[in-house]
Design a protein around this ligand. Sequence first.
Ligand code: FAD
Length: 283
Amino acid sequence: RTGARVERLPLARFTTLGVGGEAEVWSVASAAQLAEAMEQPYRVLGGGSNLVIADEGVPERVIRLAGPLAERDLTPDPGLSSADEIVTGWVGGGVPLPGLIRQLQKLGLSNLEGTVGIPAQVGGAVWMNAGTRYGEMFDGLHTIEIATPQGTVQVTPADLAWGYRDSGIPRNHVVTRVRLKLRRSTPEDVLAKMDFADQARKGQPKMKTPGCAFKNPGGVSAGRLIDEAGLKGTRIGNALIAPEHANFIVNLGGATAADVHALLDVIRGRVAVPLELEYELWP
Ligand code: FAD
């Protein structure tokens, strides 16, 4: 009715791990299309960089933000910007974060460079306040627009109970777009900070992966525990515990979700400390 594009598609192509069966994918390009998509049970897909999706796919609609909801307007708002700080126009939740971070660097705009290297979309990164020890999404947010089953609201960070890797936004409320709050700096300065934050990724594998598998239990490195259990390089099917970093499972090509789950089970069985999963599992 509203013109949303609806297709049955394999979800693997929308994830950084490259695993996942089919679902009905709703590509929504307006608030009306999103509202229609939200009328039936749904899941929201961002950059697919924290997901292990079942080989059977998922029964719910899978919503992707497209069109204007994946576009950005970085023009400083004259009424809200000062000599030191700017507030941008709207940045869609479907905008890929890495490209945005590069663009902000070129413009000499600071606050979000600590999130360099996170292959998320803006909406997914805001939803879980993604970040590193060098900075997180909530360092650079002015306004957040959220579509809820009751309608759309615009809030500021002060309205949310946000914290470490948590925006306080309920699951399945959709971050449709945000306005960024950025500090005026220089391209050189922002680049230097970005390079510094990027150093921490040197040891991470370059292959298809959904990032870290497990949270660090009580400040101990999960990667180190898995390494000490002698599991680096363990392979099941086409999924592998990365030799570079034991907390990363990579897809060698053609891996299945079942392969990945089997490796996760091996790790849980061999590491004495209970490990909490970092990924989100669909379903
Ligand atoms: P998805 O993986 O698509 O979805 C994750 C969750 O977000 C789902 O519940 C989904 O429904 C929800 N979601 C997605 N979009 C929206 C939206 N618009 N509105 C509401 N909810 C939404 N994370 C870090 O925090 N720090 C890191 O340093 C880091 N490094 C990584 C490195 C690599 C190589 C990889 C593959 C991942 C890394 N991650 C890191 C994990 C991942 O990038 C983050 O968890 C990120 O926030 C996931 O965002 P996404 O858009 O990919 O969401």
